[in-house]
Design a protein around this ligand. Structure first.
Ligand code: FAD
Length: 489
């Protein structure tokens, strides 16, 4: 019989992969060959709105993974489910055809993905199949849902979660232990599973076009696929940027963050591998990452990612297009077509917001500080349903991650003032001038708010739009609307 590892789209790597390693051990123990598969579902990608740059990144990573595994005589078969409902039957056919005795996979925590796994368990039983299906936690260092507070329920507030996380990792440093690569199959497997070795990587679906081939090449260069590229980026970050991360992390012009988010969200690099390397570079034991050193504040961001996964598991409606605080579902949002168009295009007339949106469109990525500001501007000043922005990010980002994105978009009463934010985080205006070329020659503080800080004639010469809404008025409108609608909820 045969052992199967089923790769999901959040763990596209052979290195330090919990379920894959368990499958490899089983394969040795049972003297049975190990095969792997990936279930490609273009309809799933349409459903989630996954961006072309992310789909291309996924396919390129799969291509590299397939040739890496081939070197170990392990096939990576690409199965295709045309419709979302086909996923179960496609998997079952594969299990039967290849006489799979054990199937291994890593858990995905979103509700649809959990339901997919549950229905597969049920189908295995109802079809009288004896395939054992084993699921593993792989996406985070600490298993989501297990970090409990005094009341015995999963912690819901970040700071106590963070402290608890550090304490746990200090006491159980083995949580950061990494595993290597699976063991190779015997050579004859290559003949036995020839059809699986011949499986080719699909091309980019027509529903996910790039503007041009140039555009695709440019983005591939910016986000090179595969584990080796991720490792190189990690090493470069630890060597050259980590020590200044704390001071610069909110300064987008410094571009000093790791830019590892696509690799974490597609699981091209495990967080365990990244944190072990960070600990080695920092010379401190894992778990003692708190304090002032640059690396500590970077680790804190990774813990944010873990915290969001814990919340996703604890609040299933977070992955069902509903706000974490359900009262926000009662807000009557504005139907402002012009505001929406201007936000998407980076033409709101607010330089910091426009710079962020233009970076997003050009790079498929946006600095965290700008994600916060552009999201706040849409859901508060424009008072447009935050879910439209959340979806737009999914359709554009290379690092789209439902958990981080959804929780980053979570509505609240906080209204960022993008002019004050720009003055603080982009004090020389370099980030704005880079991304909004209409303002490149604007001197001094006028660059933060040219409509109000330049005289009328000078402003008109710029060819830059005036603000679509007045900041103070729109802030007031938002707070009143939220209060009123949530009180009625
Ligand atoms: P670094 O600063 O180098 O941080 C290292 C890693 O920590 C990141 O790669 C990421 O995995 C994690 N991380 C950093 N900041 C956060 C954060 N605020 N919340 C959770 N995890 C974090 N992140 C995504 O990965 N995918 C998304 O779709 C996404 N959407 C977002 C939407 C909004 C509205 C907001 C406010 C934030 C969103 N984030 C998202 C979180 C954050 O902006 C990005 O993870 C970060 O900017 C990625 O850059 P980096 O890899 O250089 O991060």
């Amino acid at each position: 019989r045969t052992i199967l590892h089923w790769f999901r789209s959040k763990e596209l790597r052979a290195e330090d992969n919990r379920a894959l390693m368990a499958a490899s051990r089983k394969s040795k123990e049972a003297s049975a060959p190990l095969v792997t598969c990936f279930l490609f579902s273009p309809k799933d990608m349409e459903w989630h709105g996954t961006s072309p740059v992310r789909v291309d990144f996924t396919l390129e990573t799969l291509r590299l993974l397939q040739s890496q595994l081939k070197e170990m005589n392990i096939p990576l078969a690409i199965l295709t489910a045309e419709s979302r409902g086909d996923k179960g039957p496609v998997m079952l056919n594969f299990l039967k055809k290849h006489n799979i005795s054990h199937m291994f996979a890593n858990l995905e925590y979103e509700v649809d993905e959990m339901r997919r796994d549950i229905s597969l368990f049920e189908r295995l039983e109802s079809d009288g199949m004896d395939t054992a299906f084993h699921l593993f936690h792989d996406q985070s260092v600490v298993e989501p849902g297990t970090m409990k507070g005094g009341a015995g329920t999963p912690q819901k507030v970040f700071t106590p979660y963070y402290k608890h996380w550090l304490d746990k990792v200090a006491k159980e440093p083995e949580l950061l232990d990494t595993e290597g690569l699976p063991e190779a199959n015997d050579k004859e497997v290559t003949t036995k599973f020839k059809d699986l070795f011949d499986s080719s990587i699909p091309s980019l679906p027509k529903s996910k076009p790039f503007a041009s081939e140039e555009e695709r090449k440019r983005l591939r260069k910016l986000w090179p696929a595969g584990h080796a590229a991720a490792k190189k980026r990690l090493d470069d970050f630890l060597k050259n940027k980590a020590s200044t991360y704390k001071t610069n992390r909110s300064t987008p012009a410094a571009d000093n963050s790791s830019r590892l988010s696509p690799y974490f969200s597609a699981g091209v690099l495990s967080v365990r591998e990244a944190l072990s390397a960070a600990s080695e570079a920092d010379g401190r034991a894992p778990g003692t990452f708190d304090g002032d050193a640059g690396i500590a504040s970077w680790v804190r961001e990774i813990v944010f990612r873990e915290f969001y996964r814990q919340r996703l598991v604890g609040t299933p409606h977070d992955s069902m297009n509903l706000p974490h605080n359900l009262k926000f579902d009662y807000v009557r949002w504005e139907d402002d077509g012009e505001g929406w168009r201007r936000w998407c295009e980076g033409a709101t007339g607010v330089p910091f917001v426009d710079a962020g949106m233009r970076q997003l469109r050009h790079e498929g990525w946006m600095h965290n500080r700008l994600r916060m500001n552009t999201a706040s501007y849409l859901r508060t000043n424009l008072l447009i349903d935050y879910r439209r922005g959340e979806r737009f990010f999914a359709e554009t980002l290379v690092d789209w991650d439902l958990s981080n994105n959804h929780q980053g978009w979570e509505p609240s009463y906080t209204v960022f003032n993008p002019v004050v934010q720009a003055e603080k985080c982009d004090p020389d205006g370099d980030y704005i001038r880079k991304w909004v070329p209409e303002l490149k020659d604007v001197e001094g503080k006028a660059v933060f708010d040219p409509y109000h800080r330049l005289d009328k004639k000078e402003f008109e010469k710029l060819g830059y739009p005036k603000p679509h809404v007045d900041f103070k008025e729109s802030r007031q409108r938002c707070i009143e609307r939220y209060k009123q609608d949530m009180a009625e909820a």
